[in-house]
Design a protein around this ligand. Structure first.
Ligand SMILES: CSCCC(=O)C(=O)O
Ligand SMILES: [Fe+2]
Length: 182
């Protein structure tokens, strides 16, 4: 099952019309990977171990996002919701709660992906994205990384960054994707 995903506006607002749920192929098409696990089941632990081994995710930590558990909560949330990319993949596994990952599609629109308990998502290096909480205001995420983690958020525009260039070349292809900075 694909996570619920739909198009939102620049500020994250719902747009007019029925809220269509996008197929998983729409996410795969922009290089986003997704697994559905269950943090309460041992089979999922095995599957997680397999994914970590295959993809080399040696580093792991947990982050809880809510006012009393995260230092500098407001500032961090503001940064999470500022459009950015990373030089590496962003890998998150939702253990509790829920939240929204917004990723840019081929037309530079925001696809909002609603992540809930058991959802694991990999955003490719170089994809523009942002994150925010939903109305439950709480999420507990596992963060994975290959080797020593680098969390540096590179705010858009980053068209000269090698990871961005790789992403545009490999994933966007030569389809007229607008490179214009916002
Ligand atoms: C803390 S999870 C999502 C926020 C984000 O995009 C990031 O950490 O880079
Ligand atoms: Fe990020």
């Amino acid at each position: 099952m694909a996570p619920q995903a739909w198009i939102v506006g620049e500020k994250g607002e719902d747009l007019q019309g029925p809220k269509e749920s996008l197929p998983l192929s729409k996410l795969e098409d922009i290089g986003v990977l997704y697994w559905q696990l269950d943090p309460k089941k041992s089979e999922s632990e095995e599957e997680l171990a397999k994914i970590r081994k295959e993809r080399g995710y040696s580093y792991m930590d947990l982050i809880e996002i809510c006012p009393d558990k995260l230092e500098n909560y407001e500032e961090k949330l503001k940064n999470f919701f500022t459009e950015h990319m990373h030089a590496d993949e962003e890998i998150r596994y939702c253990l509790e709660g829920s939240g929204y990952f917004d990723v840019r599609d081929r037309d530079d629109k925001w696809i909002r992906i609603w992540i809930k308990e058991g959802d694991m998502i990999i955003l490719p290096a170089g994809i523009y994205h942002r994150f925010t909480l939903d109305s439950t205001n709480y999420v507990k995420l596992m963060r994975l990384f290959i080797g020593e983690p680098v969390w540096t958020a590179l705010n858009r525009p980053q068209e000269g960054h090698p990871s961005r260039q790789e992403y545009v070349k490999n994933v966007m292809g030569n389809n007229g994707f607008a490179l214009a900075a916002h």
